[in-house]
Write a protein that binds this ligand. Structure first.
Ligand code: 5GP
Ligand code: MN
Length: 325
């Protein structure tokens, strides 16, 4: 919990900070926000991530100092693990032997840390980093503010999603007061992709199909599409939300081929439809309205299994639907 985190920061000096592989805006923003907080408190810290930092987040202060690390190669008093369901998510060998501090806002998080601080009411881990800064009596510097704002804006879909609360907006307001320029961060994230994103989108959108009287939409991305588009990681950010633009669609399924008969799947929903519950049936997890899973098999069978489980979830609710093909 928060008080334990405050205490260990006060009592230790040398910190590692990591997040999941292929980090999103919350992963990078919260890690860097925490980095700047620790530095402002006179502590030693570094952010270590397996792989490259996605282009969208490279303009954040400190992003250039993030080290690509595959196994623990330095001594730390503690390693913060941001936004991870389990200790293997960062893809860093030897992490399990460290003093780890698990900071997450997913209710499905395993309590794998030496210390665990899970707040499923937080819109993003970024909101928790802000709370930590306040609890420890730190100043919200411009660096901390920019990094935490990135976390908030990406995890709330620019304050669109149901995880946006009065606290989220209050924190965002404080961050703007501390020097954040919201338009600059939005430009860096949303209007800064290579053309390959538009090319990939063109192909993926062409696969959209409707099921269950138009209440469920599915989309596919093959390895071949990625090759043709010359896609890079992050090019498909947010594609899963596209079908939700239609009034009658309450759940969206986005399947990406990652190997022979192997898929990563993102689920999104509107309102009460709980896609985390569906993802968990396949060994995945997430939040009510945003979840993910891995599945194997042929395209049609894997898709049908997911659509069927979603249909069962949706049928618990009384939702109007429109006839579809
Ligand atoms: P995305 O679709 O953006 O990859 O993931 C949506 C949400 O579901 C994220 O909050 C992510 O942490 C969670 N999630 C995605 N895939 C998995 C998975 O395989 N296992 C678990 N436990 N959570 C996942
Ligand atoms: Mn998050």
């Amino acid at each position: 919990m928060l008080s334990q985190v405050v205490e260990l920061i006060e009592n230790k000096n040398k910190f590692g900070i990591t997040t999941h592989i292929k980090p999103d805006g919350d992963g990078v923003g919260s890690s860097l926000g925490l980095y700047w907080l620790l530095r402002s408190l006179g502590k030693e810290a570094e952010v270590i991530v397996h792989g490259d930092v996605p282009q969208s987040y490279r303009s954040l202060p400190g992003a250039e100092m993030i080290r690509d690390v595959r196994s623990i190669d330095r001594e730390y008093d503690a390693v913060f693990v941001i936004e991870c369901s389990d200790v293997s998510r960062p893809g860093i060998e030897g992490l399990e032997k460290q003093f780890t501090v698990n900071i997450d806002h997913h209710s499905t998080s395993e309590h794998f840390g030496t210390v665990n601080w899970i707040d499923s009411t937080a819109s993003a881990v970024g909101e928790m980093i802000y709370n930590l800064c306040k609890a420890i009596g730190g100043k919200i510097t411009r660096e901390i503010a920019e990094c935490v704002y990135m976390a908030l804006v990406t995890d709330t879909g620019s304050f669109h999603f149901s995880n946006t609360t009065d606290r989220t907006l209050k924190v965002a307001s404080e961050l703007v007061k501390a020097g954040v320029k919201p338009a600059e961060i939005s430009e860096a994230v949303y209007n800064n992709y290579p053309w390959s994103r538009v090319e990939l989108m063109r192909q993926v959108v062409a696969t959209i199909k409707r099921h269950d009287n138009g209440r469920i939409a599915t989309m596919r991305q093959t390895l071949e599409m990625r090759r043709i588009a010359g896609a890079v990681d992050g090019d498909n950010n947010g594609f899963v939300n596209i079908p939700l633009a239609a009034r009658e669609v309450v759940a969206s399924v986005y399947m990406r081929e990652v190997g022979e008969g192997k898929y990563r799947v993102s689920l999104r929903s509107k309102g009460d439809i709980n896609v985390a519950r569906v993802a968990e049936k396949f060994g995945g997890g997430g939040h009510n309205n945003a979840a993910g899973l891995s599945i194997e098999g042929d395209w049609d069978t894997a898709e049908a299994e997911i659509v069927n489980k979603l249909r069962i979830e949706i049928n618990q609710y009384d939702i109007n639907s429109t006839e579809a093909d």
